[in-house]
Design a protein around this ligand. Sequence first.
Ligand SMILES: [Ca+2]
Ligand SMILES: [Ca+2]
Length: 236
Amino acid sequence: MRKFIILFILVGFSLIPVKTRCYSAATQLIVDQDVGLNPNNPDTNYNWSTLRYLWVGYPGWRDGNYESMFGFDVSSIVSQIGQGETLRINSMTFSAYHNSATNKPGNVEVALGNTDNWDDDVVTWNSSYGDHGQSIDSVYINGNPSWYQWYEWNVSSITPDELLDGYLTLYLFTQPEGETNWHNFEASEYGAHNEAYLTIDYDIVPDNTVPIPGAVWLLGSGLFGLVVARRKKRSV
Ligand SMILES: [Ca+2]
Ligand SMILES: [Ca+2]
């Protein structure tokens, strides 16, 4: 009987990961497209050819309080989700390369965009439906010597629903908005291969994951039944 109890515990524990984790992976996605937006010139497109960096904040010598928009094609993850399965995000990080010669320090915030339907060659403040959602994470960026380096925002709180349509749009902006704080980040067109990227650690799990206690209880009662059956056989 003791042998069976040990077997039951071993088999029970070995089943736990199988029952709750269908598929797990960590992946990095390079930005699909990126662009600056300016509410002061709401119908102007600020892609690479017009503005050589991705601006956030209010550079005094430029007109307006810039924001930058980053698009990620997440269809490679979504396509792995089968019928009866659900995407679960364990952690997600957004990374962008800071590239500025005369920045002023301050917080740079990340938020979800209002639309996934945009093209960096034509999009403007107005056609992107302007602005962004609530701040998801904030990073304080100092002045010199913090230029020319990667900064990372924790965006793990974004729900999987935002990825299921195959695209994710993020905004960078400054807080508080105003002339005290501005930065620029390297655009994908810059050519130095410091494109923004997204790091996602995720699981794809069955929709109706059997609760662990229930599964173990079922396995236990099954094994108990087997033991009883064997004993009965022997005693015959
Ligand atoms: Ca671009
Ligand atoms: Ca989306």
